[in-house]
Design a protein around this ligand. Structure first.
Ligand code: SF4
Ligand code: SF4
Ligand code: SF4
Length: 424
């Protein structure tokens, strides 16, 4: 095992290989407050990459209803239980948030790599603590869709919503968790592959399975804590999200030669997704890039948090947590940065409101933004705090510096003329 630095955990950790980072890393931010569970992202991926024989149960992108849903079933509960068994009572965080090298404090527990050194699995020695889901667990990708937690049955068995009025946290709740491969900085799939068939591209950090080398041992499926590699029976190999790399490389003709966001990102109806490439330092931390929207959301506003950072793979997918969900659940899922992130998102300042307008506005990747200040258009008190809304203009630039987005904070109101009242 090598010692590598994991900034999401605020400490060094053990990993089977030495650290190696790309110059620019594939990353994304999802705003879970806006996901409507429409599955347009899921179908965009399936219709592009996994429509062939043997891929019927393969959903590289999926959207599951939390807390009960999961694909494969209960993937996260199972992993959390395994980690807890390996370190009873010890999976905790402490320390104060510091700089970009430890923004959430320090994780004191064991990662999947560290836990594997002491865990005896039925399958033998492991490089990352994990398990192989059964066929049944992969069989129904959207089980428990729209099932809420904490529901109380009222008159004639209907849900009683009276307790749900206590915003921002509700007693009866669920939310949609959209997921794909996180193209982790310390991929467990790569660490576990006995054939060295999995590699991380130096140009963008996308993690791929070499189909020539893969022999279908499924060690990657066992090791990936997010369960994002999948087995294809017709080829007897493992497959996974390829990060739509032709689009990221700027080879999609629609992008005019500059990098585009992936299919699942560009198809998102709820405009919850923003994907891009972030610059990396030689030690794996993010290079300061103040006007990059992902850098701003993760390291400046700190509203977007990694999914289960305690697993230790340093995932490159980040989530703005849903405001109405009980905090203990969110802290377990996104780490100790949750309270500050929800607070900031619930009381957004001028810059955050402007940057949030960039989501879903253009299929090309945004590498830099600028804000032009506009007039104050609204003032009120929200949850006891003064709130001011400014109609600022936010401008986004693509990889070659061309302007790709220009949009305003206040959405324009279009009134349909009376002669077209019943037509389109
Ligand atoms: S999410 Fe899983 S499959 Fe994707 S890079 Fe991380 S460990 Fe590998
Ligand atoms: S990035 Fe591309 S390959 Fe990966 S889940 Fe999204 S659409 Fe599918
Ligand atoms: S397309 Fe967007 S809004 Fe619809 S389910 Fe996917 S992430 Fe959610």
């Amino acid at each position: 095992m090598s010692k590598v630095y994991n900034w999401q955990l605020g400490r060094e950790m053990e990993y089977p290989y030495d650290a190696a980072f790309p110059d620019r890393q594939f990353a994304f931010v999802f705003n879970l407050n806006r996901c409507i569970g429409c599955q347009s992202c899921t179908m965009a991926c399936k219709s592009t990459w996994t429509f062939s024989k043997g891929q019927e149960h393969m959903w590289w992108n999926n959207v599951e209803t939390k807390p009960y849903g999961g694909y494969p079933h209960h993937w996260d509960v199972k992993l959390l239980s395994l980690l807890e068994q390996s370190n009873p009572g010890g999976q905790t965080w402490n320390g104060q948030p510091a700089d970009v090298k430890a923004p959430y404090g320090q994780f004191k527990g064991r990662t999947v790599f560290e836990a594997a050194t002491t865990h005896i699995s039925p399958e033998g020695a492991q490089r990352a603590l994990g398990y192989l889901p059964t066929d049944e667990e992969w069989a129904s990708p959207n089980r428990f869709e729209d099932n809420p937690s904490g529901s109380e049955k009222g008159h004639r068995g209907q849900l009683a919503f009276s307790s749900g009025a206590n915003t921002p946290q509700h007693k009866t709740w669920f939310f949609y968790l959209a997921r794909l491969c996180n193209h982790c900085s310390y991929p467990a799939c790569l660490a576990a592959c006995p054939r060295n068939a999995i590699y991380k591209r130096p140009e963008d950090g996308i993690v791929l399975v070499d189909q020539e080398r893969c022999r279908g041992y499924r060690k990657c499926m066992e090791a990936c804590p997010y369960k994002k590699t999948l087995y294809r029976g017709t080829t007897r190999t493992s497959e996974k999200c390829i990060g739509c790399f032709p689009r990221v490389e700027g080879r999609d003709p629609d992008g005019g030669g500059i990098p585009m966001q992936t299919r699942c990102m560009a198809a998102c109806v709820g405009h919850i997704r923003l994907q891009g490439l972030v610059q990396m330092n030689a030690d794996g931390s993010w290079k300061e890039d103040r006007q990059h929207p992902l850098y701003y959301l993760v390291h400046v506003a700190k509203v977007a948090l990694p999914l289960y950072p305690q697993f230790g793979t340093e995932p490159n997918g980040y989530y703005i947590p849903p405001r109405w969900v009980p905090r203990p659940y969110l802290r377990q899922m996104f780490g100790p940065g949750v309270d500050a992130a929800v607070e900031r998102y619930s009381n957004p300042d001028r810059e955050l409101l402007a940057v949030l307008q960039l989501f879903g506005k253009d299929a090309r990747m945004c590498f830099r933004y600028e804000i032009k200040e506009g007039p104050k258009v609204f003032e009120n008190s929200i949850r006891g705090r003064k709130f001011e809304l400014f109609d600022d203009t936010v401008i986004g630039y693509g990889a070659d510096g061309t302007k790709i987005i220009e949009t305003k904070v206040e959405e324009p109101l279009h009134v349909r003329p009376s002669q077209h009242a019943n037509s389109i």
